[in-house]
Design a protein around this ligand. Structure first.
Ligand SMILES: [Zn+2]
Length: 356
C-alpha cells in the first residue's frame, strides 16, 4: 500500500500580550490563537492597589514586562470603566477611589515605555472590559460563537452590578453596537412584582439615583435585586446562614442535599425571572426586524451559576405567561459562557489583537 503523504501547513500562531484592569484585580497573560483555538498562558492575577495615575501605570508596566515580548508587536489592555478608544485614554477611574484625574493617556505611556523596553515598536490598544467580554464570547469557543452575520448577541454582565451590551455580528466578523439595549441593570422592576416575590429586603437604592421605595410603591432598578451581592444576601436569608458566600453556594449545588438545593434553586429561579423579564422588555423595545437577542451571562456571578442559571432563564423566557410569546418566536435565548470568568477579558483582548 502506498503511503499517503499529507502535507500539513501549520496555521500561523498568533501571539500577543494581554492585560485587564478590573475593579480591584489586575490580570494578564500571553494570548495566542493557534490550532487549539484561543489560549492564555502565563496567567497572572494580582490585587490592584494604587493611589495615583502614575502608580497605576507603573504597576501595569512592571507586570507587562514580566512577559517575553519576543515576536510580539501588540499589547491589548481592557479596563473596567469608560475609555476613549481613539485617544487611547481611560476617561475616568470608576472603581478605585482617590484618583480624580481624567483622560489618563494609558496607550501613549505604555507604548512609549514598552517600545523602549523591547527596542522595537510595540502597539498598545485600550478597550472597555464589556467589549473584551463580547470579543471573547462571540469568538471561537465562546457562548455566542454560533451566531451568523446579522444576528444579535449580548454579553450580560452579572457581577457587582448588572450590565450588558447588545452587538450585531457584521459580515466581516466585527461587532456593531446596537442602540436601545444599554444599561439593562437600570430598568425598573415593578414594586408589585418585588413585593410578590418577597424581595424587598435586597435593597432599593441604586447608584443611578433611581430610588425604589416600597411604602411609596416606587420601582427599584433590576441591578439592586439581581447583582452578585443581592444574590448572596438572598442565599443567606433562604439558607439561614448570614455568612454563606456565592462561591460556597455554587459548590452546595453539587452536593447531595436536596433540601438545600431546592432552596438555592428557588433563589436562582427568582433571579432568572427578574433578569428574563427585563431583557424580554429590552427585546420588545427593539424593532422586530432586528431579530432575537442571543444572550450569554458573564462575570463572576453569571458564570459561576451559568450552568444552572441559563436553563432557568430559557425556561422562564419560554414558559412564564407574562414573558413568553411563542407565536412571535423572538423571546431572547440564553447560552452558557464559553470561558472561565478569570480569562474572559484576556481571551477577548487576544481575539481583538488578532484582528488588528
Ligand atoms: Zn439604577
Amino acid at each position: 500500500m502506498r503511503a499517503r503523504r499529507v502535507i500539513e501547513v501549520a496555521p500561523k500562531l498568533f501571539r500577543t500580550v494581554v492585560g485587564d484592569i478590573g475593579g480591584g484585580t489586575w490580570r494578564a497573560g500571553i494570548g495566542s490563537i493557534g490550532p487549539k483555538g484561543v489560549e492564555v498562558n502565563g496567567y497572572e492575577k494580582e490585587t490592584l492597589k494604587f493611589g495615583s495615575t502614575k502608580e497605576l501605570l507603573d504597576f501595569a508596566l512592571a507586570r507587562l514586562k514580566h512577559f517575553d515580548l519576543t515576536g510580539i508587536s501588540t499589547v491589548v489592555i481592557s479596563n473596567a470603566g469608560p475609555v476613549d478608544k481613539q485617544k487611547g485614554t481611560i476617561i475616568k477611574i470608576t472603581n478605585q477611589g482617590g484618583v480624580e484625574e481624567r483622560n489618563i493617556p494609558l496607550v501613549k505611556e505604555m507604548s512609549d515605555a514598552l517600545t523602549k523596553f523591547a527596542k522595537r515598536p510595540i502597539k498598545v490598544y485600550l478597550i472597555n472590559d464589556a467589549e473584551a467580554g463580547a470579543w471573547a464570547e462571540f469568538g471561537p469557543g465562546g457562548g455566542l460563537n454560533h451566531l451568523k452575520p446579522g444576528q444579535l448577541g449580548m454579553v450580560l454582565i452579572v457581577g457587582n452590578g448588572v450590565g450588558g451590551y447588545l452587538m450585531e455580528l457584521a459580515e466581516d466578523g466585527s461587532l456593531i453596537p446596537v442602540p436601545g439595549a444599554d444599561e439593562p441593570g437600570h430598568r425598573p422592576v415593578p414594586a408589585s412584582l418585588v413585593t410578590k416575590l418577597k424581595l424587598w429586603y435586597l435593597g432599593s437604592y441604586c447608584g443611578c439615583l433611581l430610588r425604589g421605595d416600597m411604602a411609596e410603591q416606587r420601582d427599584p432598578c433590576l441591578e439592586v435585586l439581581t447583582r452578585g451581592p443581592a444574590l448572596e444576601k438572598a442565599f443567606q436569608m433562604e439558607l439561614n446562614d448570614p455568612s454563606v458566600t456565592n462561591q460556597q453556594v455554587v459548590k452546595m449545588l453539587y452536593d447531595n442535599d436536596q433540601l438545600t438545593q431546592g432552596k438555592i434553586l428557588g433563589v436562582l429561579m427568582n433571579e432568572a425571572l427578574l433578569l428574563a423579564r427585563s431583557l424580554d422588555q429590552v427585546q420588545r423595545g427593539l424593532e422586530l426586524t432586528k431579530g432575537k437577542m442571543h444572550i450569554t451571562p458573564i462575570g463572576g456571578v453569571g458564570c459561576g451559576f451559568g450552568n444552572w442559571l441559563v436553563p432557568l432563564l430559557n425556561a422562564v423566557s419560554r414558559q412564564n405567561a407574562n414573558i413568553a410569546r411563542p407565536a412571535w418566536g423572538i423571546s431572547p435565548e440564553y447560552y452558557v459562557a464559553g470561558f472561565d470568568p478569570d480569562f474572559t477579558n484576556l481571551v477577548g483582548n487576544t481575539v481583538l489583537a488578532a484582528r488588528k
